[in-house]
Design a protein. Sequence first.
Length: 387
Amino acid sequence: MQNFDYQTPTRLIFGEGVVEKLPGVMAQFGKRVLLTYGGGSIKKLGLYDKVKELLADYEIYELSDIQPNPKYDPSVLDGVKICKENDIDVILAVGGGSVLDCSKAIAAGAKYDGDPWNLISYKVKAQAALPIVDIITLAATGSEYDSGGVISRTETNDKIGYMDRLLYPVCSFLDPTYTFTVSKKQTAAGCADAMNHIMEQYFCEDSTLLGDGFMEAGLKSLMINARKCLENPEDYTARAEMMLACTYGCNGIYSLGSSYTGWPCHGIEHALSAYYDITHGEGLAIITPRWMKHILSEKTVDRFVKYGVNVFGIDANQDKFDIANQAIDATYKFFESINIPMHLKDVGIDDSRIGEMAHHIAVNEGLEDAWAPLNEEDIAQIITASL
């Protein structure tokens, strides 16, 4: 079991109607608020009007149209500008993980005098950040319970996971009813994203029985409840359990005491969505089983056996490589069963930039140090197999 130093300062307020507690939470931070959100979904939900009603005596500035795979330019830069020009006290992020990821970069950039990209690219360490409160409307990323976000810079095809302990939200509101209207496509992609968050932590050299059990239960919960959500979008119990499983995804609680893994599927997918702006969860679902096939070896097979037996109920009385391959096939078939496109060509990616992307990943993602090390050739082979 590995040593760890762990702290989660985020307050979670979970359940139907909890947004009514928003004024009490916001009161401690000041009256000048930057409200961040994406498209029109929060207005269709009535959540925009609800927030404005609850914060009627606050001075609210707005940054809208934050995109999936949130962009440094314009969203982060525009948000930082608003914060500095209007002396913002607190950011209220309302929407999915992309809105919150963008808000985290803004929170740090608002307290920094230089180019915010210096912070995102780790050239400079943030010394302060604005407090962030969020209301989550999509179960997927887990950004509501962690200290990081992912920001894309289009002109350089960079998509960077930016983490800093200053960026934990101070409070996250999680009302599963706000996810009732999420499309089937985004529900499935959110499930795939959260499942991969768990798998990126599960496949490692050293783990604990406690952590493995938590992650195996998380994977089973996501698969069972995603299907229920797709069948009945207003199944509160299924939406609630899926939301909580997603919330645990990236804050480290699933894997306390486990060893370093490298998060290779994220490293590869970040380049795919930086170059082609595809849906993150779909990209992960496509890459993951191909990565599994590629790294299956005498070193890794026992981990796949445990995964197959405990997550999919595969008969343990078989050859270990048979069990591992069945587990990989079951992973693929699950994603396929919830109508995720399972080939890169289905999401608009061809073979024209494989070498360029593989080089970018090899140089920037550090996957040579992953649990199953990947070099540039390995990465190209995985992408090619995913076409």
